[in-house]
Each structure stands twice: as C-alpha cells, then as structure tokens.
Design a protein around this ligand. Structure first.
Ligand SMILES: Nc1ncnc2c1ncn2[C@@H]1O[C@H](COP(=O)(O)OP(=O)(O)OP(=O)(O)O)[C@@H](O)[C@H]1O
Ligand SMILES: N[C@@H](CCS)C(=O)O
Length: 915
C-alpha cells in the first residue's frame, strides 16, 4: 500500500495522523501539489492511496476510515455522522476561513466564518459528556475533525470566541503523539504559512458552502474574495475555453428500444416500483421516481446510453385488501391505480423509458425461471412456519396487515413486517397484542409449510460481490450501513412463499396453493418490465460486463436490493446484472410529522396539480429538500420562501434581466463582448461551479448539485449589480461597449443555467432556451468532460421573446393550501387506522377547516363513492365487520358534509359506529 501526500496540504494532516495512530503498514511518498497521482481524475487529488488490489482512494476521509477499518476499528453510525458533518459543514467553512486568513491576511473574519460550526460542535460535545466525539477513545471522527480545525485552533493569533468543550477536546486529541508527528510532517513548523502555496492553487470557494447557518448573499466581501482568489492562469484558461464556442451536436433523439451499445457507457436506471394500492405521496415521489428521473435526464445530457424503467408493484395483500375495500377485483384495482400512478408521474414529468407493471406473463415466466434455478442449485429450503390467521376475515394475514406492540422497543403501533419507530424488521408472530388491521380482531397462530431462500448458504458469494460493488460503485452511506448491519447480524433463511391468491404462482407441485412473497417478486419486476419493453431485455439484465445498474429507492427498501434480491440472482447463476450503485434517500417528512398513505397525512401526487403550482416548482422544491444524508421535511412556508427567494429573486430575476437587457438595449441581438479581467474571473468562477455540479451529479448528489446552479445565478446577479449595464448603456462609447460585454456574458450564463437546470426543471429549462433561441448543441457541449462553459450565444445571435419564468407564492395562498392539505394531521392518526382511510382523512382535513363550497363538493363526491362501496360490499355479502367499518366511514362523511354545508350534523347512529 502506498500513500501519496504533499507538504502544506491541510487534507494530508488527518491522513498522516490516522496512519500513524492505526500503525497500518504503508509507504508514504511526498509529491508536489500538482502531481496527478490518480490518472483518471481531471484534477490532481491529494492525499491519495494506492491499495494492494490496485484500486485508489482519493478522499482524505475515505482514506482515514479505511485505515481505521483495516486496523479493526470500524466506523459506527455516530462516527459516520461526524464525518459527514465535517465534509459538508466544517470543512467548507474552514477552507473559507483559511483563504481569508492565508491569502488575504484577514484573520479577523475567521471568527465570524467559524462561529456557527464551532458552536454546534461545542454544544454536541457538552451534551455527549464523553471525552471524545464518539466515546471514551479516539476514533476516526476525532482525528478528522481535529486535523481540519488544527490550522486555526492551534494558532493563538486568532480570536474565535469561547468554546470550552471544543477546547478541552481539541487539546486532548492534539496531545496524541501521532497527531503531533503529523503536524510536524505537513506544516514543518511553519504554521499557516506552510499552506500558502497549496491554498493559492485551489479554486475559489463556492458560496454553496455557506449553509443555512451562514446564509449566502451577494455581499461585497465575498466578491472581493473572489477577485483575490482566482489566479491569472485560471482566468486565461476560462477565457480560452469560452472562446472555443459550441461543438457540433450528435443526434440526441431516443431510438426505442434502447439497448446497450459497444463503446458507450450503458446505464440502466430503476426506481423502486411503487405499490399500486394507493396514490403516491411526495415522500414516495422524491424517494424513488423523481430522483431516478433527474439522474436519467442528466445521464442522457452527458451522452450516456440510458434506460430508465419502472412500473407499479401490483401483487400482494395490499392489493387484495384494497380490492375488498373498493368492491373491485384485484385486477381492476391494479388497472385503476396503475392509470392513477401513470398520470401523476406524467404530471411530474417523470421521463420513464418504460413504465410497466408486475402482473404480466413475463413476470410469471422470469420469476418462475429464477425460482427453478435457485431450486436446482440447492438454494431453497423447506420449513414450517407459524403465521397469523384472522379467523374473522378467514385468511392468513400478511405482515403489513397486522399491527401490535414492537417486541424490541414496545412501540404500540408496530407493523407486522417492520417497526416504524426502531426500524427493526419483525416477524409478525413476535408482535405483542397483535390485531388484524382490517377488523381489529386478535388473530391466531397457524402452521403452514413454506419455501425459504437459503441466505446463509449464499452469504460468502454475497459478501464478495458486495465488497466489489460498494468499493467501486456509488452506494449512499445509508445503503452501505444498512447492508453492513444486515450482514453483521447474520443472514437467516428468508421465506419466499405466501398463502395468498393474488401473486405470481409458485410452480412447485407441493406448493401449488401458494404465491411468491411480494419482496421476492417485486425486484424481478425490473426484469419483467424491461422484457415487456423489449424482447432483447437480457442485453441489459444478463450483461454485467457492459451495463452499470443504478437502483433508486428510500432507505427502507435497501436490504431487499442489497441482500435479498442479489442473493436470488447470485443463486440463480445466470450472469445477471447486479446493482453497481445503490442510491437510497432518507425520509421526507410532512411539516413535522410522517407522510403516510394509510393515514392520509401529507400532500399526495394527485393533489399537487390542484394547487396551481407548476410541476417544475414542485420538482425544484422536492429536490431542494431531497433527504440526502438525513431526513428532511416538506414545509409549505419553506416552499413559498424558496420559490420567492431562490427561483423568483435569484434565478428568475437574473435570467430575465439578462434577456431583457439584450432585448431593450441591443434590439434583441447579443452584443459584442470584449472580455476584461473581471469578466474572465467570472467565467472562471462559473466554470468552477459547473465542474462542482458535474462532480456531484456524477456521484448522484442531486440536492447538493442544485445549490451550484443557484450559486451561478447569484454570481450573475452580483455581476450585473456591480457593472450596472442599464447606466453604462447611456454613457460614452467605451461604457456602451462595457454594457454590451456584461450583457453578453450574462445572457450566456443564463443559457448555461438552462442546461444545468434541465434535469431538475425540464419545462423551465426548455422555456429559457426558447426565449434565448439557444442552439440545441449547447446542452451537449457544456456537460462534456468535467464541464466546459463556452460562449454559446455569440455576438449577433438573435434571441426570442423574454418573459418572467416564475410567479410569487403569496402568503395567503400558501396559508390556504396548508390548511387544505393537512394542518390538522395529529387527530387523523388516531381516528383513521384502517388502510382505507387515506381519501377520507384528507377530506376530513378540508372539512375541519371550515365550510366553503369546494370542500362541500369534495365531500359530496366522496360520500357518493363511499355509498357505492358500501352497496357493493353488501351485494358481495362481505364480512360483517368490513361492511361495518365502511358504513362508519360513510356516516362520518355525512357528518362532515353537514358541517361543511353549515348544517347541524345528525347524530351518528350507534349501529354504524367504528369499533
Ligand atoms: N416519507 C418518505 N420519504 C421518502 N420515501 C418514502 C417515504 N415514505 C415512503 N417512502 C418510499 O416509498 C415506498 C412506498 O411507501 P409505502 O407505500 O409503504 O408508503 P407509506 O407512506 O410508508 O405507506 P403506509 O403509511 O401505508 O405504510 C416505501 O417503501 C419507501 O421506499
Ligand atoms: N413496492 C415496494 C418497492 C418494490 S421494488 C415499495 O414501494 O416499497
């Protein structure tokens, strides 16, 4: 193993300290800052490590973590959180502080820049009341954070305020011999001055790195910083790139069927298949389809050969139950809700190459084939299992239709498959006080013979594959952690059959009455959906040599995609394409509670369009708060604020002004541009933001990449503000020329923004290009390689008609929407506990808010539907309790309608009351 470091590089400090502390055997080689150790990167990255297997790591934190892991000290969740915080919050702030201190000699600004992260660290240490960040001993988190803070905290010339807990912790870590030795090696006793040459070579820090705690703004100090920090060479390089203009554009139209191509990057994208039994909410949308859509759109712009497939997950008890509730057959439910999902995704502009479904012949064919192969290779075992059966409903209860007290954490509303509170998987028979979710009766335990996938027998194959996939691919941290914890806890055989009717039939003669468990079946849906798209589906799914597979999902789906499904495919031994990049979001909450289809909490896909807010704005906000790294929340007030500040005042304002200047001052034609130093600097800064965007998008950091788009328009606004073309146009010749240059540069930045926005806001992006009459090839050119910001609208280019892109969201409008869609979730949780409650609950919210005619109309409609449902159930002679539950909802709706119409509600008859 060989470690490459450079003197004066602050990132090398942590790595050298970690190396010495862990005593891992490794050669250390000192190189120059510009030496390109990792050949395939466009920029030199140091430190870097060459691993014994020939692979390279080039993120300082990844190297530290690796060293600790090799020495047997694994990074736990707490430790990972600190590393994540260091990368996203502390390090950017520190680099900014170092720039101001080392390059501009403005030590007095350091305190202000670091105040917020230091306060946070101080509070956390105080609360943790442990000597080190994660416990009693120095961990990788301590080394990494200490090293980052070292240049500033060890220099007594900075006054950074009182942070007693930070100070005590820092001094302890600094006293560790390995840390002292690393300082000596990297800084050579020269303190901050040792870093000067390294800092001078770094690009200007992005404004995105000011987090919420340090809001980004157009403050002149930052502009001044930018002027100081872009080197002469960078300016000239940016100007040269710019002058190259557009390259010719290859044909970009999709030709179906899309198949892998020799010599291309062939990327297969899937998003978790949404359950068909209900209407998806915003959490479902950002968790899978929207994230996958943005990445697929981006990949296409990069010229990769992409196929994006998805579809509805249609089998299982959830569908059977929904059918029962609505008085339809399961197939009718699937047809109805498949159409609902399709129309919602189409409104959200999800650009699937194919949106299929799992209830198809191909599904049966492929699932049964995988089953037989597993059987032949000895990976299936038989066992008798105890299951819960509801004698009242006369059926075995699928896990999701049992509720009870969690055997691990005693949460009283745990589901039969998983506890929403502690997240542990549960075997339904282990639940304390179980209840059937439909009729609320206590189920009994019954035995039945089932087939199991022998995960323990596949474990070593799985681990080998996982090691390769997780080290070469882009797995999100949560995906790696969840998978790791499954393996650590030991794999157990997993039941793949169920006593149900609505599912893919198990072809084995001894199990004729059974169907496959939905989680065995569902991921096979990716294959069968592709097979319904093209007969040549195996070119994607049995071609790991040529294809890279990205799976998008929310965190709860991870183990099925990283352990269970890969085991099915490995055991089937048919050269299947396994996931290379597993991208899992955390959860999006609704205001301060959890979205839930079954409890009717939150905004649902079909309601979003009724708000009058354009689909692109919804996409923008959901992506802005995408739960990357941690749970996040949808909030109406925040959505309005982001719309008004980021879209309207920042992005829209800049693009509109740039276009209007061309229209008003230059008769619609892009003026001549004579670049001065200031313009070239801006080109360099914008180019840098573009490169960051590309690096992040390549790593599927969709939310973080979006911030760089907004940074560019902020730079643009500031540039216009400083140069005032509207005044200069009235001046003498040289001033008019200057107005022209500024306008020309600005309108070209607007064009670049339209390209970068395209995956996020496809309609707005196209509108901007239409307004600018931009050539199609601009998209292709600017996302080439590491990103090239070129002049795409040259002097003389005639633009189209410019008009505003965004509208203000007014406070009253948002207040009304907030009320309409769920200001009163809390009581709903307790009143609507059956899986059928969603539409009723949503309407109930509307009714509680007071009766205007729209609500009354909604209620009347729901009442009519509910009446139909009850009649259908009675005609089918459904179970008494099921009918009673539906009658109870009917009566409740009647009451709500009366309230909404301003009438006195009739007293509810006792007979119809919910149990
Ligand atoms: N809040 C959320 N944020 C992100 N993804 C989510 C969220 N809720 C659900 N998902 C994803 O969508 C998938 C489908 O969700 P599911 O149908 O279980 O919705 P739910 O709201 O959790 O339903 P229920 O409340 O009925 O259990 C989940 O498996 C998960 O991957
Ligand atoms: N229907 C599942 C995903 C299957 S891939 C879910 O929505 O959680």
């Amino acid at each position: 193993m060989k470690l490459f470091v450079s003197e004066g590089n602050p990132h090398c400090l942590k790595v050298l300290a970690a190396l010495e502390l862990t005593a891992v055997k490794c050669d250390v080689q000192y190189v120059n800052h510009e030496d390109k150790v990792v050949q395939f990167l466009s920029h030199p990255a140091l430190p870097a490590v060459l691993l014994p297997n020939g692979q390279q790591l080039f993120s300082a934190n990844a190297i530290c973590r690796y060293l600790f892991e090799v020495s047997g000290q694994n990074c736990n969740d707490h430790c990972n959180q600190w590393l994540e915080w260091e990368v996203t919050v502390l390090q950017p702030a520190l680099l900014r502080a170092l720039r101001t201190a080392v390059l501009q000699g403005k030590g007095s600004d350091v305190s202000q820049i670091l105040q917020s992260p230091l306060n946070f660290l101080d509070q956390s240490l105080l609360k943790g009341s442990k000597p080190y960040l994660t416990g009693e001993a120095v961990s990788v988190a301590d080394v990494v954070l200490w090293a980052t803070l070292h240049p500033i905290l060890s220099d007594s010339s900075f006054t950074i305020g009182e942070h007693p807990s930070v100070k005590a912790w820092f001094d302890q870590v600094a006293a560790v011999h390995s840390c002292q030795s690393a300082v000596q090696k990297v800084l050579q006793g020269k303190g901050l001055q040792a870093m000067k040459s390294y800092m001078q070579r770094q690009p200007a820090p992005p404004n995105s790195q000011c987090r919420d705690a340090q809001p980004c703004n157009n403050n002149p100090a930052e502009s001044e910083e930018r002027q100081h920090s872009v080197s002469e060479e960078e300016c000239e390089e940016a100007a040269l790139t710019w002058s190259k203009g557009l390259s010719s554009c290859p044909a970009t139209d999709k030709q179906h069927p899309i198949l892998p191509q020799e010599g291309k990057r062939n990327v297969l994208v899937t998003s978790a298949l949404p359950y068909v039994n209900n209407v998806p909410h915003l959490g479902n949308i950002i968790g899978c389809v929207l994230s996958a859509d943005v990445f697929s759109r981006y990949g296409r712009l990069r010229g990769w050969n992409m196929l994006f497939v998805c579809g509805t997950d249609e089998y299982g008890t959830a569908t059977e139950n929904k059918a029962r509730e609505e008085g339809l057959t399961p197939q009718q439910i699937c047809d109805k809700y498949h159409a609902v999902h399709s129309s919602i995704y189409s409104w959200f502009q999800i650009d699937f190459d194919f949106f299929g479904r799992t209830t198809t012949e191909k599904q049966t064919e492929i699932a049964q084939n995988i089953f037989w192969r597993l059987h032949e290779h000895g990976y299936l075992v038989e066992d008798t299992v105890e299951q819960l059966r509801c004698e009242n409903c006369q059926r075995f209860l699928a896990d999701r239709f049992v509720e009870g007290t969690c055997p691990h954490c005693s949460y009283p509303e745990a589901r039969g498959d998983q506890c929403d509170k502690c997240g542990r998987l549960i075997n339904a028979v282990e639940l304390r006080d179980p209840q059937c979710k439909v009729c609320r009766q206590t189920p009994v335990i019954r035995s039945s013979k089932h087939l199991f996938l022998d995960l323990p027998k596949l474990e070593s194959q799985l681990e080998q594959w996982l090691e390769k996939s997780t080290s070469t691919g882009d797995w999100t941290t949560n995906a790696k952690q969840i998978t790791h914890s499954w393996i650590r806890d030991g794999l157990k055989p997993r039941c793949i059959t169920r006593d149900l009717h609505w599912g893919t039939p198990v072809p084995h003669p001894d199990f004729k009455e059974k169907v496959f468990y939905v989680w065995f079946d569902a991921p096979i849906g990716y294959l069968s959906i592709t097979a319904n798209y093209t007969n040549e589906w195996e070119k994607w799914w049995k071609n790991p040599q040529q294809v890279e597979l990205y799976n998008f999902m929310a965190k709860d789906n991870v183990p099925f995609h990283s352990v269970v499904f890969p085991c099915s495919l490995l055991g089937a031994q048919d050269n299947y394409t396994l996931v290379n990049h597993l991208v899992a979001t955390e959860y999006l909450n609704y205001e301060d509670t959890k979205f839930s289809k079954s409890r009717g909490i939150g905004v649902f896909g079909d309601m979003a369009k009724d708000t009058g807010i354009p689909s692109d704005v919804w996409r923008f906000y959901l992506l802005y708060v995408r739960p990357e790294g941690q749970d996040s929340a949808f909030s109406w007030a925040d959505m309005a604020m982001k719309n008004n500040s980021e879209l309207l005042n920042n992005l829209g304002n800049f693009i509109n002004r740039a276009g209007m200047f061309v229209t008003k001052f230059f008769e619609g034609c892009v003026p001549v541009m004579e670049l001065q130093r200031e313009d070239k600097e801006l080109l360099a800064v914008v180019g840098w933001e573009l490169q960051q965007y590309i690096q992040l998008m390549d790593k599927v950091k969709i939310r973080d990449a979006l911030k760089h788009i907004l940074n560019i328009s902020r730079h643009g606004n500031q540039y216009i503000q400083v140069n005032q073309p509207w005044k200069k146009i009235k001046g003498e010749e040289s001033e008019r020329l200057r107005a022209g240059t500024v306008t020309g540069v600005a309108v070209n930045i607007a064009c670049l923004l339209s390209v970068m926005l395209s995956p996020y806001m496809p309609l707005v992006s196209q509108t901007i290009r239409d307004q600018l009459n931009a050539p199609q090839s601009c998209i292709y050119t600017m996302l080439q390689g590491g990103g090239t910001f070129v002049c795409s609208l040259s002097a003389g280019h005639r633009i189209g008609t410019v008009s505003p892109l965004f509208q203000k969201l007014e406070a009253e409008q948002i207040e009304a929407l907030k009320k309409r869609f769920g200001g009163q979730q809390a009581p709903l949780q307790s009143t609507s506990s059956t899986p059928a409650a969603a539409p009723v609950a949503a309407i109930k919210v509307a009714a509680v808010e007071g009766g205007h005619s729209e609500k009354a109309e909604q209620l009347a409609k729901a009442l009519a539907e509910q009446g139909d449902k009850v009649r259908a159930l009675k005609a089918q002679k459904a179970e008494k309790d099921v009918i009673a539950a539906e009658v109870s909802k009917l009566l409740e709706l009647k009451t709500q309608l009366a309230v909404a119409e301003g009438k006195n509600p009739e007293p509810t008859s006792k007979k119809g009351k919910k149990k």
